[in-house]
Write a protein that binds this ligand. Structure first.
Ligand code: SAM
Length: 416
C-alpha cells in the first residue's frame, strides 16, 4: 500500500501495519478505534492520553527528574553488582529473546516519519483540559461493596426513532431504570444510550452489555445456552503486584483465584480465542503457563508484546530497565479449536509473536484488540466478545468487572 493510502486507512481505522511486515508490527490509535463505537459522541484525545499531557509533559520542557526518582531508577536497573537469582535469570533470558523483535518493530515505527508526524500532530491539536464536571467521579469499586449496592439504580435514556409513513421520523427519548450492580444490562438498538447515576452521566455504546459484580458472582456470566458463548475472551486480571498496591489504582486478587474463572463455560462451542494480559513477573508467567492456561484448556499460547511509546515515537522508558520494561505481554491461545488439524474455516490460526505499539492511556488501560485480532477469531460472525475485569464497554461486547462503567463517564467524551 502507498504511504498516503496507509495513512488514510489509519485515519479511518486506527490500525497501521508497519513495513508490510516481517516483524508483525502494528501501531494502534485507541482513540480512533474507540470512536468507531459512537455515533453521537467522540472520545476526547487528551482525556484518553492524559499521561502524555499534564505539567511534567509540557512541550519543549524536559521531564525534571526528582532525586528520589533517580534513586528508585538505580534500584530498578538490572542488578549488575550481584549475580541474578535463578528467577531473574529466566526473566532476563526471556527479555533477551524478545529484544530483537521489539527493536525491529520500534525501528520500523521510527522509520515511518509520516505516521509519527501525523500522530504527534493529532494528539497535540486535540489538547484540551479534562472537564471532570461537577462533583467527583463515582467509585464503583467502593459503591459495589456498600450495603446499599442492591438498591442502586442506573437510569438509561435510549433514543427511539418514530417512523412516520415511509419517512425517517423524529427521535424521542425513552428512560428506563435498572439495578446497577449484580444484573446484566444490555443496550439494544443501533444508537448509544446515556446513563444517569448519582449526578454523573455515562455513554453506553450500541449493542453493549455489562455486568458489574465482584469476582464472587462471576458465574452469573455463564450463558444459558452454549451457543451464546463467546468467540473472543479478553482477560486483564488485577494481578497482585507491588506497583498497583502502592498506587492503589484498584484492588488486586490473589493469582490463584483466577483458576476459578469459568473460562471454559464462557467459550463458544465453535471455538474461542483467549487473550490474557500478564505482567513481566517471572513467577506469574510460570503460574500462568504451567497451571492457569492448562486449567482453561489453552495449549501452546503465542506471545504478543505491547510496546508503549510517546507521541514522538520514542519508548516510554529504557527497554532494558529490569523491573520497568516499556512493554507488557499478552498470551493468546485457542479453546475448543484443534490447532493441529486442517482448519479449512473462516479464520487464520495465530502464528508466532507480534508487536503492538501505541501511546498508553490511563494507568493499566489497554488498547482495544478486536480489530487487530479479527482474522484470528474462530466461530460464527459477527463474533461474540467478552472482556473480564473490564473498565469500559464496546459494541457487541459483554464487559464484566467491578467497574465496567469507569471510562464511560461523560468526562472522557465530547459531543460530535
Ligand atoms: N482492562 C482494563 C482496562 O483496559 O482499563 C484494566 C483492568 S485492571 C488491570 C483490573 C480490573 O479488575 C480493575 O478494574 C479492578 O477494579 C478489577 N477488580 C479488582 N478486583 C476485582 C474483583 N474482586 N472483582 C471484580 N473485579 C475486580
Amino acid at each position: 500500500m502507498e504511504v498516503c493510502d496507509e495513512l488514510r486507512s489509519f485515519e479511518a481505522t486506527g490500525v497501521y501495519r508497519l513495513d508490510g511486515t516481517s516483524t508483525g508490527a502494528t501501531f494502534l490509535d485507541p482513540v480512533r478505534l474507540l470512536n468507531a463505537s459512537y455515533e453521537r459522541f467522540r472520545i476526547v484525545p487528551s482525556a484518553y492520553y492524559s499521561r502524555s499531557f499534564g505539567p511534567q509533559h509540557q512541550e519543549g520542557e524536559p521531564e525534571i527528574e526528582r532525586p528520589e526518582k533517580r534513586r528508585k531508577r538505580k534500584r530498578n536497573q538490572k542488578p549488575k553488582s550481584r549475580e541474578l537469582n535463578p528467577m531473574e535469570q529466566v526473566a532476563e533470558a526471556r527479555h533477551q529473546e524478545a529484544r530483537p523483535l521489539l527493536l525491529k518493530a520500534h525501528e520500523s515505527l521510527i522509520k515511518a516519519k509520516h505516521l509519527l508526524e501525523y500522530i504527534s500532530k493529532t494528539i497535540k491539536d486535540n489538547r484540551h483540559t479534562l472537564d471532570a464536571g461537577s462533583g467527583s467521579e463515582n467509585n464503583f469499586v467502593e459503591l459495589g461493596t456498600s450495603w446499599r449496592a442492591p438498591f442502586y439504580e442506573i437510569t438509561l435514556c435510549f433514543q427511539k426513532s418514530h417512523v412516520l409513513g415511509n419517512e425517517e421520523g423524529s427521535f424521542h427519548a425513552q428512560k428506563t431504570s435498572f439495578p446497577l450492580f449484580n444484573s446484566i444490562i444490555s443496550v439494544e438498538g443501533i444508537d448509544e444510550a446515556e446513563g444517569e447515576f448519582q449526578n454523573r452521566r455515562y455513554i453506553l455504546p450500541r449493542e453493549s452489555c455489562f455486568l458489574m459484580t465482584d469476582f464472587k458472582r462471576v458465574r452469573d456470566l455463564i450463558p444459558c445456552s452454549p451457543n451464546q458463548g463467546y468467540n473472543l475472551i479478553v482477560v486483564d486480571p488485577p494481578w497482585e503486584n507491588g506497583c498497583v498496591r502502592q498506587k492503589e489504582e484498584y484492588p488486586t486478587l490473589p493469582n490463584r483465584y483466577l483458576l476459578y474463572l469459568p473460562v471454559q463455560e464462557l467459550a463458544h462451542p465453535a471455538g474461542a480465542l483467549l487473550v490474557l494480559w500478564i505482567t513481566n513477573r517471572e513467577k506469574l508467567r510460570v503460574f500462568v503457563e504451567k497451571e492457569l492456561l492448562p486449567s482453561w484448556g489453552v495449549k501452546n499460547p503465542s506471545v504478543f508484546y505491547w510496546l508503549k511509546v510517546k507521541p514522538d515515537g520514542s519508548l516510554i522508558g529504557d527497554l532494558d530497565l529490569f523491573h520497568h520494561r516499556p512493554y507488557e505481554c499478552l498470551l493468546l491461545g485457542y479453546i475448543n479449536v484443534n490447532t493441529n488439524g486442517e482448519q479449512g474455516s473462516n479464520f487464520k490460526l495465530l502464528e508466532g509473536s507480534q508487536v503492538i505499539m501505541s501511546v498508553p492511556g490511563a494507568h493499566s488501560r489497554k488498547p482495544p484488540l478486536e480489530k487487530l485480532l479479527s482474522e484470528y477469531i474462530p466461530g460464527p460472525k459477527p463474533s461474540r466478545c467478552i472482556e473480564l475485569f473490564a473498565r469500559e464497554l464496546f459494541p457487541r461486547w459483554t464487559s464484566w468487572g467491578n467497574e465496567p462503567l469507569h471510562f464511560q463517564d461523560t468526562m472522557y467524551f465530547s459531543e460530535k
